[in-house]
Design a protein around this ligand. Structure first.
Ligand code: AMP
Length: 213
């Protein structure tokens, strides 16, 4: 089963990908997480990517395509995987098609997380993330038990630099201009499944389950 979770930042893709991944054992392939791991390890790729990420811009296509190409060849991807935050541009979608073809597989569904932009700003500006395990919190709807400390792993919980109010607008703009054209792209291929991402987490989970079973 090969899935794409498509939607603007803050629409709940990561949350749902984690839930589905632990239920089905399909790894969550988040290019954002991979890039952040490179940043914390201080790799050259990370240093280069950080310049784009801190400004809310997209990292160049060839960088993320190379990461995905490598990752999908790992053994745990054999039963299937969930792409979270990739592809984000039409050239990335075309490259993905070619990669999957090369490995003899194909996409099953593209799940579109639909949500209003005022809700996105509320979610992103209050979002806090664990630097160690990636668990996500929200200052109002899901605070940590101890401020700044992850309930799950004890890691430090911070506001991602790109969740800063000043960068959020830019990221949403980038989504509209560079990623939203993928809605049409996958719709024409008959792969798009629309989802109300304003709904409660458990209801979104249920709707996704009904698509992937
Ligand atoms: P995310 O965690 O998915 O919100 O991604 C955080 C940031 O990483 C984005 O704002 C981009 O700068 C970068 N990024 C993640 N995935 C991609 C991608 N597929 N293409 C280009 N840049 C990406």
């Amino acid at each position: 089963m090969i899935l794409i979770f498509l939607g603007p930042p803050g629409s709940g893709k990561g949350t749902q990908a984690k839930l589905l991944s632990s239920e089905k054992n399909w790894p969550q392939l988040s290019t954002g997480d991979m890039l952040r791991a490179n940043i914390s390890q201080g790799t050259n790729l990370g240093l280069e990517a950080k310049k784009f990420m801190d400004q809310g811009a997209l990292v160049p296509d060839e960088v993320v395509i190379g990461m995905i190409d490598k990752r999908i060849q790992e053994a745990d991807c054999k039963p299937g995987f969930i792409l979270d935050g990739f592809p984000r541009t039409v050239p990335q979608a075309e490259a993905l098609y070619a990669l999957l073809k090369k490995h003899g597989c194909k996409l099953d569904h593209v799940i579109l997380f639909q949500i209003q932009s005022n809700e996105l700003v509320k979610r992103l500006s209050g979002r806090r993330t664990c630097t160690k395990c990636g668990e996500m919190y929200h200052i109002e709807s899901r605070p940590t038990k101890v401020e700044g400390v992850c309930d799950k792993c004890g890691g430090s919980v911070i506001q991602r630099p790109d969740d800063d109010q000043a960068v959020i607008g830019k990221r949403l703009d980038v989504y509209e201009k560079q990623t939203a054209p993928l809605v049409d792209y996958y719709s024409k291929l008959g792969l798009l499944r629309e989802m109300n991402a304003m709904d409660e987490v458990k209801n979104v989970t249920r709707s996704i389950a009904s698509i992937v079973t």
